[in-house]
Design a protein around this ligand. Structure first.
Ligand code: FDA
Length: 312
């Protein structure tokens, strides 16, 4: 049995223009979206982020947007990130607030000079991150983008060795990629993988993805890399704790990460235990793809969404 039908349908819908206009056109959708997205603009997001940082959480901020097909949109995304990093610096929260980028929002899918433009935009953001005294992490999108993203990562790391990357346990190739990335100081965010992928490239069964996640954690925890364990799955967190103890890792040599609005009590419990927890905070009006992937991860979220439509 592959992924549940409902998840497959939602992930297919996340790529559909028709569904996008149907779902984003319903006014009440916004209230449900607000559970996962920290507002439409930087002012609203800064309030949420400032609150999280004051509670001892770290943050990584994503300005929503993906699959840009226009170079001027990619440049606007770059400028928004640069402005954002300056704002975090001015607010005095940059030390605990980094940024997450999708290279497809910076030009990776443009019809011409895609990798060059994405790279230039990413460099401008990395320079702004360095000036602010913080870091950045490349999100990983569907499997067709992995080679390009890892290529850009390698180039970026020559000048900005602290640039991190998300790696998806679901992909068969990940075992090799993780081994390549398990070097000193390398910041690797391990995730299960949020995209619908064909059986030719990715595990289809949840327990296979979970097993692959554990294998990747083992490689990272027993290496000099800096593992970022990005999961809400308590079993993965418990296994991470065992691996941390076995490897004798200090609390400053790894971190946990979760998404804004998901398992918020557990996020604070991890901070209270003296470990680092970084919350991934997305903001902006282009929330459709992100929101649909969150619905696909958990049928209960769909019920929450449908209920709010009925109760409006
Ligand atoms: P799993 O999906 O097995 O969920 C375990 C439990 O967590 C669930 O039973 C539920 O209790 C809770 N939970 C999980 N998702 C929930 C949701 N949406 N709403 C409410 N509860 C939920 N993916 C990707 O492909 N590229 C990327 O760059 C990133 N980046 C990223 C950053 C960070 C910080 C996180 C936490 C996640 C990502 N992801 C990602 C998403 C990731 O691939 C994955 O889809 C989700 O994290 C869900 O997987 P879990 O590991 O949480 O486990």
């Amino acid at each position: 049995m592959g992924p549940p039908m409902l998840s497959r349908t939602l992930l297919a819908a996340s790529r559909s223009r028709k569904m996008r206009s149907a779902i984003t056109g319903v006014p009440v959708t916004r209230r449900v979206v607000d559970r996962f997205v920290a507002g439409d603009n930087l002012d609203q997001a800064s309030l949420v982020i400032g609150g999280l940082v004051s509670e001892g959480l770290r943050v990584t901020v994503d300005r929503l947007g993906e699959d840009t097909l226009d170079a001027s949109d990619a440049a606007a995304t770059r400028d928004a990130y640069v402005e954002m990093l300056k704002r975090f610096s001015d607010l005095g929260i940059a030390e605990n607030t980094e940024v997450s980028l999708k290279l497809s929002a910076l030009g990776q899918k443009l019809p011409k000079d895609a990798e060059k433009i994405a790279m230039e935009n990413a460099v401008a953001i990395a320079e702004a991150a360095r000036a602010a005294g913080t870091t950045m992490t490349l999100d990983m999108e569907d499997h067709t983008t992995v080679d390009a993203t890892l290529g850009t990562l390698r180039e970026l790391r020559a000048d900005f060795p602290w640039v991190g990357v998300a790696i998806q346990a679901a992909l068969f190739r990940t075992e090799g990629d993780i081994t390549d990335l398990a070097t000193a100081g390398s910041r690797v965010r391990l995730v299960k993988g949020a995209y619908m992928e064909p059986a030719s490239v990715a595990h289809q069964e949840k327990h296979e993805v979970d097993k692959a996640y554990v294998r990747a954690m083992k490689t990272l925890m027993n290496s000099p890399a800096y593992p970022m364990i990005a999961s809400h799955d308590q079993r993965m967190i418990d296994i991470a704790h065992k691996l941390i103890a076995d490897a004798g890792r200090e609390p400053d040599s790894y971190e946990f990460q979760m998404l804004h609005g998901i398992r918020t009590t557990e996020q604070r419990a991890i901070v209270a235990s003296g470990e680092a927890m970084r919350v991934y905070v997305p903001f902006g009006d282009d929330w459709y793809g992100y929101f649909m992937r969150r619905l696909a991860e958990r049928p209960a979220n769909v019920m929450f969404f449908l209920n709010s439509l009925v109760k409006r």
